[in-house]
Ligand binder design. Structure first.
Ligand code: AKG
Length: 246
């Protein structure tokens, strides 16, 4: 039996731009995610170039290419790794995407956001559609906690309802590309989660994660799906969808 969103949850997602679904992945599935990360790192350097991105703060410091704790993110895993490709077909993800976006959906992008202890950097305030440039913005992401996720180790911070303002100006380069106007503290909601819990967020919702200030790991999976009526518009971040579903 897969999860079926209630009308109230669908309304909440449309109005507030987010929804929390507890327990979307099992302990066993999270364990597989961790072992896949370890396997990828053990295969260095024989892995695709776009799969691993290291923490910028490690530049110039002693580090090893095989140390998981030096990794900022894994990227495009559904293209490169069968476990993550199969996970994109998980009924709770795919059926929820179809409920919110319509029958024909595409997997836009997958990431494993590693936010390692002590050396990580914040992810600046942004809207994902600042990177995707999709019109209309019929797209959302699942952000799935793999570790216990807290304010101290870098949980998601969002501005409920901000997707209704439409795409706002962004500036900066690479991972520092973000909103030119930072939200007011009173508008911000932090979203602590337990392993396996998912935050669903619309692709124009303002969001941010602080650095991990603890000695605990904070790994999260991010899977974005888009609807079939969406077109990519040109911007500075060229990307290709990972999977189309029939
Ligand atoms: O998990 C994180 O640290 C932030 C991820 C995020 O917002 C993104 O990559 O767009």
């Amino acid at each position: 039996m897969s999860i079926a969103l209630s009308n109230q949850e669908i309304r909440h997602f449309r109005e507030e731009g987010f929804l929390v679904i507890p327990g979307i992945l099992s302990e066993h599935q999270i364990g597989r995610v961790f072992s896949e990360i370890t396997a990828v790192m053990a295969q260095r350097p024989h892995v695709p170039d776009d799969l691993i991105q290291y923490e910028p703060s490690m530049r110039g410091k002693p580090w090893t290419e095989t140390n998981e704790l030096h990794v900022r993110k894994l990227f495009r895993m559904a293209v490169h790794l069968s476990f993550f490709r199969e996970l994109a077909h998980h009924p709770d993800l795919l059926n929820t995407a179809r409920t919110l976006l319509g029958a024909r959906v595409t997997l836009v992008q997958t990431m494993l956001l590693m936010k390692p202890p002590e050396i990580s950097s914040p992810k600046v305030w942004h809207q994902d559609n600042g990177y995707f440039a999709l019109r209309p913005p019929h797209c959302f992401g699942f952000w799935i906690a793999c570790d216990p996720v807290t304010e101290a180790n870098g949980c998601m911070h969002i501005v409920p309802g901000s997707h209704r303002r439409g795409l706002q100006p962004h500036a900066g380069q690479g991972d520092d590309f973000g909103l030119t106007e930072i939200p007011a503290p009173e508008d911000i909601l932090s979203v602590p989660l337990q392993p396996g819990d998912a935050l669903l967020f619309q692709c124009e919702l303002f969001h941010f994660t602080p650095a991990n200030r603890t000695t605990q790991r904070r790994r999260a999976l991010q899977y974005h799906y888009m609807a079939s009526d969406v077109a990519k518009t040109p911007n500075q971040f060229p990307w290709e969808p990972e999977i189309g579903f029939e």
